[in-house]
Design a protein around this ligand. Structure first.
Ligand SMILES: [Zn+2]
Ligand SMILES: [Zn+2]
Length: 346
């Protein structure tokens, strides 16, 4: 008899998620079956559900979710490194090609043919998920599953941005946008010894930023750039604010030879004068999720130092309504499915 599980499935892009009974997947060669304990809900899930970002070739229906944490319950053939019962992650990366230049030079998250959970393969909005043993990681006991879940995408994205910013004591790092990702970035930037500056349009978010270690806070607006300049500028600007309106402030605040790191998905163009780059040597780059090594390092940092962000726990059956609230900007911090909160009735 085939064992069944509950899963939140997207039948067709643009439709609502359906909570359904489906067969528990079987792990193939080098794969592990994970019984999920928690799964973070990400803005990318909103885009996938809404069809604005539904990848070609994805299974239909598709189980969304790429911030899963759970325990290994079955080892597929050839999967022997991670023992049964170990707590592991179901992160964004399901696997990569492992032979392109990006994969071979330590930039695997930029692999053009990588596959992602809840995107090109089934994800973690379910009771069980299948991961590649080579692409998952052990989650230390110090981290509670719901607390570890958002590290799998939001946390590692913020960590990737901080790592690219070349921070050290004496450097000044400006974090634009102080939601969940920005809050991770503030804490991670502070751990480098840099002075952290927070910018947000919401005074309450600035207060939270200060509590997490930001030394200076600025309300977003036309004056912010001049004020940051007057206080010493920024050697790195990390943008987590999904709006082109931050650009004038970034251009004003950034110091010569500084790093501008683009994280938020800003589709609209911003004015960039090349002569300005010629004179000041500013470096501009982008970042998206992270490599397996970055994820392991981040989990170790979180276990050792603790990383705090506000979190709201929901049941699996509440995930579709949760995506609605996320879309409307009504969620404080991160939304996390806690499987301990119960399952729908069969
Ligand atoms: Zn995500
Ligand atoms: Zn590759």
């Amino acid at each position: 008899m085939v064992e069944m599980m509950w899963a939140a499935m997207l039948t067709r892009p643009g439709q609502r998620l359906e909570i359904r009974r489906v067969p528990v997947p079987e792990p193939g060669q080098g794969e592990l079956l994970v019984r999920l304990e928690a799964s973070g809900v990400c803005h990318t899930d909103v885009h996938v559900r809404g069809a604005s970002d539904f990848p070609g070739g994805a299974p239909r229906p598709l189980i969304l979710g790429h911030e899963g944490i759970g325990k290994v319950v079955t080892q597929g053939p050839g999967a022997t490194r991670i023992p049964l019962g170990a707590r592991v992650g179901v992160p964004w990366l399901h696997d990569t090609c492992s032979h392109c230049r990006e994969c071979l030079t330590g930039w695997e998250s930029f692999c053009a043919t990588h596959r992602a959970h809840g995107y090109t393969v089934h994800g973690s909005f379910a009771e069980y998920a299948v991961v590649k043993e080579a692409y998952t990681l052990a989650i230390p006991d110090q981290l509670e599953p719901a607390e570890a879940a958002p590290l799998m995408c939001a946390g590692v994205t913020a960590y990737g941005a901080v790592r690219k910013a070349a921070l050290e004591p004496g450097k000044r790092c400006a974090v634009f946008g102080c939601g969940g990702l920005g809050q991770y970035a503030i804490q991670l930037a502070k751990l480098t010894g840099a002075t952290v500056i927070a910018i947000d349009a919401n005074p309450a978010k600035l207060e939270a930023a200060r509590a997490l270690g930001a030394a200076e806070t600025y309300l977003a607006g036309p004056e912010a750039g001049t004020k940051i300049r007057a206080a010493g500028g920024a050697d790195a600007c990390l943008n987590f604010a999904p709006t082109p309106r931050v650009w004038p402030t970034i251009a004003e605040a950034i110091n010569p030879l500084g790093w501008i790191i683009s994280v938020a998905m800003v589709a609209e163009p911003v004015p960039l004068v090349l002569e300005w780059l010629t004179y000041n040597g500013v470096r501009i780059t982008g970042t998206s999720v992270g490599t397996r090594q970055e994820l392991m390092d981040l989990v170790a940092i979180a276990a050792h130092h603790g990383l705090r962000i506000p979190m709201e726990r929901i049941a699996l059956g509440e995930v579709d309504a949760g995506l609605d609230r996320l879309e409307r900007g009504e969620v404080e911090g991160r939304l996390v499915i806690d499987l301990a909160r119960g399952l729908p009735r069969a």
